[in-house]
Design a protein around this ligand. Sequence first.
Ligand code: TA6
Length: 310
Amino acid sequence: MILTITLNPAVDISYSLERLAIDDVNRCSNVIKTAGGKGLNVTRVISLVGENVCATGLLGGANGQFIINRLSKDEITNDFVEIKGETRNCIAILHEEKQTEILEVGPTILAEEKESFFKKYEALLEHTKIVVASGSAPKDLGSEFYAKLIDITNQHNKKFLLDTSGEALVKALPAKPYLIKPNKDELSQLLKREIKDENTVIDALEEMVKYDIPYIIVSLGAEGAIALVDGSIYKVSIPKIEAVNPVGSGDATMAGFAIALKNKFETKELLKYGCVLGTLNALEEQTGYVNCKHVEEFMGKTTIELIKNL
Ligand code: TA6
């Protein structure tokens, strides 16, 4: 079973508009509401692929109940800490081949709710070997929260895969997560310099060797990914597609890495598989959704090359 953590889940609301008129009224008929937040998008994709998954995190209020109802409807096992605060909304406006997101920061978390999560997490860890934690964390948890979860996970000899940004990512690295998947912006923030193209990504990965993290995979959106694994740098190239809704593709990619690790894929297949699920997500209107019928076709169209051995 794979365990996913969504500390800051969301009711994801996607609005599709021909054109977004600023400072005007935009009426929308194409509205999709999803149990979201990065970790729940990861969860849904893992479940769609047919792997055993359990979702945990913190949620509350009417939005929290909406999420529980959706997970139950999708028959996804979940075990969240219920909080007094109200789980947030995240809005994605899809317009003129662009996406504009408005992400609420999320609810207040009480000290006793934070402690309850640590207890629940340790209990859930008994039943899993792989943990995927994705997305932002409510500010009350503090920027060290992921680092503490990674320490607990490593003490239990389990693998912690992390997709987050900002201070939470900076503080998590010394704790040695098993896999991280920063994008170029997150990497630029981390290294405090602009990471803009393949060469600067490769330089950044060489600098990241010091963290001794087994998998560091830099997602490049439609350009694929560049990864540092076991002292080698690989580049994954993905086929060009007409993206329908790219929101959630990074989450589908994380789901792919977790599934590949659980099934002991060798490195190149793991890297390809994660990128393929990310591509398949972009072909769907719903956030965090893949059509598994196309996996084989896209595995064949996705290529990987060894750039250099360090
Ligand atoms: O990656 C897409 C997405 O999961 C959206 O669906 C929205 O929930 C957002 O990310 C949340 O991001 P955050 O980093 O705040 O957890």
